[in-house]
Structures are given as structure tokens and as C-alpha cells.
Design a protein around this ligand. Structure first.
Ligand code: HEM
Length: 474
């Protein structure tokens, strides 16, 4: 609340200053008309640009702007030029036709500089040799199995810290976007970033040291790193191996390792957990859908064993429930890229260095592609042109995992965890709202935060066992 008050006061002050100088700038702007053809844009104020039109739910603000100005618009966040893509067709032009030109990410904020070791990580790193090396590693070794979940289990105590870092990264800090305020720390966030960074660094350093000891004993045990215990290596062991390998294509620094582990915690823990929460909340509010999913599980799996990952390909309705959840509640509602070079999209000029926001959330509820878009209806994925819709970024009206080179490398892992967990909960429990009656709808309000789409209120429900669980666990 204090954040919001600070934010409103600052906006008001800057707004007042802006209006004073607006008229004079209008005159000079008219004199120096640009020759580039930029996408449509709302009225821009000096200094703050279009900051006054944005809220802490950026995807909602962008959605409103798109409804007035169209699916491709141009805005300034402070002095940063940005474009916003809000339709499948425009998203396809950016993420497929011009994939390479938009494969970089900008340094989003001071939060990234402090918390992600100056973008020494993977998620926020610019397109270049380091990103390419890490991408190859993710696809060949790091994100194929549950190696990262093993690491999560080892460090469950850091969950709160990760939640805090996610919240901090999602803040809109005015100092980041107004060029002459870059060093001013207007809202006082930077002290907090520094404190949280120091806390994370201490913790990850301790975990790395433990893994170094582990690694040494693995080597001593086997005499060779390729022995059978290799199977037990988790993601951190592999990163340490690469950092010590003189023949590696690229030498990873300790900061790269710490920042990458932060990425995995950020991208890998909350995303799946919050998606599961949204799915269960929708099921509580749509009991006939819950019942239909349970019937499918009972038919395919039976009641004598627990549903497993290998059952998922046969659970088509369950898969549709997860798709519908990600359509309405994409945990990453907006993806951010940066133009590497000048290009032309939708007939407009997009200069190099422009930030690109793709509003995944808005695209998933575009009535042009989705009938009754606000309705939670998994049946929409059957017997229509949506039946073969995949989530890997080829169908641009449904891109919960993004698309192209910078698309989510954790998709297989994420779907395994979300689908299997939701299936197991449906199989084992009746879900009632927290008052235990099914009478009151679960509140579906979204939390404020620019990066992830969390629930405003945690899901409180009463799981009533449906099956005798003990034999299943055996
Ligand atoms: C339901 C779960 C998840 C959703 C909806 C999701 C969605 C996304 C989206 C939309 C992006 C941006 C893509 C783009 O710019 O086109 C992204 C990036 C990323 N995701 Fe996920 N994600 C999920 C889970 C995971 C998991 C489990 C991991 C890893 C353990 C992961 C790792 C990453 C990484 C490393 C990136 C950055 C890729 C890059 O910049 O090249 N994600 N994710």
C-alpha cells in the first residue's frame, strides 16, 4: 500500500511538471517531424512519456490501450521507446517473421542489475554467445529431466526469498525509465534490492560450497566423472563441472552459476505452483468439469493406483483443462524483448533498441480467435480447429510459453509437473471452497505485479479424500 502511495505521489509531481513543459515541446516536435512511420500512439507527456497510463497490472493497462489504439501501438515508458503487440497476427510477425531481430532482452531495471548479477543470468541476458551457449546446455542437459526439481527440494527454505525477488523484479521503478533519474533511487527500492541480493548471495554460496564437496566425493567414489553416479548429478553439479572444464566452449563464472540458479528458482518453482493453483481454483468454480475430469481418470487409470506421468497422453480432457488454465491465466502474462536492428512490422518502422511487449494474456482472450473468451471451457479444444492446438509457440493465438528462439525452454518440464499434479489432486480429492460448501465461488482476482500473474489471494480449499490414499501411496 505504501508502495502504491509513493508511486501515486511521484506520478502526480512528474505529471504536473510535464504539463508545464508539454506545450513548448509540442511546438518543437511539430517543427522536427520524424520521417520514420511509428505505430499509433496515445498522447505522450514529456519526461514520463506514457507512464501515467500504466498500472501495476501492466497486461491490463496494455489491453485497454490496445482496445483504443489497435493491436500494435508505440509508447514511451519514461524515455524508453516501446511497442506493444496484442494480437496473434502481430505477435507472429514479431516472434516468427522477425524472430532473430527480437531475440534479445533489454536490461529491464535496476532490480535485474542488482538481483540477477547484472544480467549474468540466462533469462535477462542479451542475445549473443553466452545466451546461445546456455540455451544449448538447457536443451541438451539442464532442463530435460527433473534435475532442477531435485535442486528445489534441497533448498525449499529459499522459497520465501524467491517470492520476494519475483515481487521486486515485478515493480515499476520510475528511476529505471527516466534517463536523468537513473541514479536517484526515487522510490527507495534500491536499498531493498541490495539487501535481498546479499541475502541470496550468502545462501547460494553456501549451497554451491556443499555441492563442491559433494562433487569431490563423487569423483573420489567413482574415479571417473562418467561413472554410474553421474545419474545422480543435479543441475548445480553439471554447472560446476562446466566451470572447471578447461575444454568447455565457454567458461562459466561463479556469478553466471549463481544467476542461472536464481533463474531456475524464479522460472521453475513459482510458475508451475501458481498455474496449479489457478487450475484448481477454476475446477472448484466449475464442479461439472471437475467431475468429468475425474471420470476420465477413473476410466484410464482406475482407482487402484495413483495417476502417473505416463498416463497423461491418454488423459485428453485433463490436458484440455491445463490448456484452458494457461489460456486464461498465463503465469507470464507479457513477454519482453528488445529490437536488435531496425525493422518493419505491420507496415510500421520499429527502430533498433525499441522494447517489445507481447501481451500473451490479451491474445489468449481475443474474441476474434476465442468464442466466449472469458468462459472456462476445456471442451473448446475438442472437435474443432482447436483440437490440434499445441502450446509450443506455433499457434500464435495461444502462446503461454512464448515463441521462437527465446521461447520457454522449461515447457516439457512445466507441463509434466502441472498436468501430473492436477491429475493426482483430481483423482484423490473432492475440492470444496474454504467454507466447505461449494456455494461460494473462489475469488479469481489477479495480484498486482508486472512479471508474473499470481493470485491476489491464496487458494484456501478443503480437500476431502475421495479414495483410500494409503494403498495408493504404497
Ligand atoms: C507453467 C509454467 C511456465 C510458463 C507458462 C512459462 C512461460 C514462459 C514464457 C512466456 C517465457 C518467455 C518466452 C518468450 O520470450 O517468448 C519463458 C521464458 C523462460 N522460461 Fe518459462 N514458463 C514456465 C515454466 C518454466 C520452467 C519450469 C522453467 C525451468 C525450470 C522455465 C524456464 C524458463 C527460462 C530459462 C526462460 C528464459 C528463456 C530465454 O530467455 O531464452 N520456465 N517462460
Amino acid at each position: 500500500m505504501a508502495d502504491l502511495n509513493n508511486y501515486s505521489i511521484l506520478i502526480s509531481i512528474l505529471l504536473t511538471i510535464s504539463i508545464f513543459i508539454w506545450r513548448s515541446l509540442q511546438i518543437s516536435r511539430a517543427a522536427g517531424r520524424r520521417t520514420v512511420r511509428l505505430p499509433p500512439s496515445p498522447l505522450r507527456l514529456p519526461i514520463i512519456g506514457h507512464f501515467h497510463l500504466l498500472s501495476l497490472k501492466l497486461h491490463h493497462s496494455f489491453y485497454k490501450l490496445a482496445n483504443t489504439y489497435g493491436p500494435l501501438i508505440h509508447i514511451y515508458i519514461g524515455s524508453v521507446p516501446c511497442v506493444i503487440a496484442s494480437s496473434a497476427e502481430i505477435a507472429q510477425e514479431f516472434l516468427k517473421t522477425h524472430d532473430l531481430s527480437f531475440s534479445s532482452r533489454p536490461i529491464l531495471s535496476a532490480a535485474v542489475l542488482y538481483l540477477a548479477y547484472g544480467s549474468a543470468d540466462f533469462i535477462f541476458s542479451p542475445y549473443g554467445p553466452y545466451w546461445k551457449f546456455m540455451k544449448k546446455l538447457c536443451m541438451s542437459k539442464l532442463l530435460l529431466s527433473r534435475r532442477c526439481s531435485e535442486l528445489e527440494n534441497e533448498a525449499t527454505e529459499i522459497r520465501e526469498m524467491i517470492e520476494e525477488i519475483t515481487r521486486l523484479l515485478g515493480k515499476l521503478d520510475l528511476s529505471d525509465y527516466i534517463w536523468f533519474c537513473k541514479n536517484l533511487n526515487l522510490q527507495g527500492f534500491r536499498k531493498i534490492f541490495e539487501q535481498v541480493h546479499v541475502k541470496y548471495d550468502l545462501m547460494i554460496e553456501k549451497i554451491i560450497k556443499e555441492h563442491e564437496v559433494d562433487r569431490k566425493s563423487m569423483k573420489d567414489d567413482m574415479g571417473s566423472e562418467d561413472g554410474s553416479r553421474h545419474q545422480m548429478k543435479n543441475i548445480l553439479h553439471i554447472l560446476l563441472d562446466i566451470s572447471k572444464d578447461d575444454g568447455a566452449e565457454m567458461r562459466l563464472t561463479r556469478e553466471n552459476i549463481k544467476a542461472f540458479i536464481l533463474d531456475i528458482f524464479l522460472a521453475g518453482t513459482e510458475t508451475a505452483a501458481i498455474t496449479i493453483e489457478w487450475a484448481l481454483a477454476e475446477l472448484i468454480n466449475n464442479q461439472p468439469i471437475l467431475e468429468k475430469a475425474r471420470e476420465e481418470i477413473n476410466k484410464v487409470v482406475g482407482k487402484s493406483r495413483l495417476v502417473e506421468e505416463s498416463d497423461i497422453p491418454n488423459l485428453h480432457f485433463l490436458q484440455a483443462i491445463v490448456k484452458e488454465t494457461l489460456r486464461l491465466h498465463p503465469i507470464v502474462p507479457i513477454t519482453l524483448r528488445e529490437a536488435i536492428e531496425n525493422c518493419t512490422v505491420g507496415g510500421y518502422d520499429i527502430p533498433a533498441k525499441t522494447w517489445l511487449f507481447v501481451n500473451i494474456w490479451a491474445i489468449g482472450r481475443d474474441p476474434k480467435h476465442w468464442k466466449n473468451p472469458l468462459e472456462f471451457n476445456p471442451d473448446r479444444f475438442f472437435g474443432s480447429d482447436l483440437s490440434n492446438l499445441d502450446m509450443r509457440g506455433q499457434n500464435f493465438h495461444f502462446i503461454p510459453f512464448g515463441s521462437g528462439r527465446r521461447g520457454c525452454p522449461g515447457i516439457t518440464l512445466a507441463l509434466q509437473v502441472v498436468q501430473t499434479t492436477v491429475a493426482a489432486v483430481i483423482q484423490c480429492f473432492d475440492l470444496k471452497n474454504d467454507n466447505g460448501t461449494n456455494q461460494v465461488e473462489v475469488d479469481m482476482t489477479e495480484a498486482a505485479g508486472a512479471l508474473t500473474l499470481a493470485r491476489a489471494n491464496p487458494l484456501n480449499c478443503t480437500p476431502v479424500p475421495k479414495l483410500d490414499l494409503l494403498p495408493l501411496l504404497n
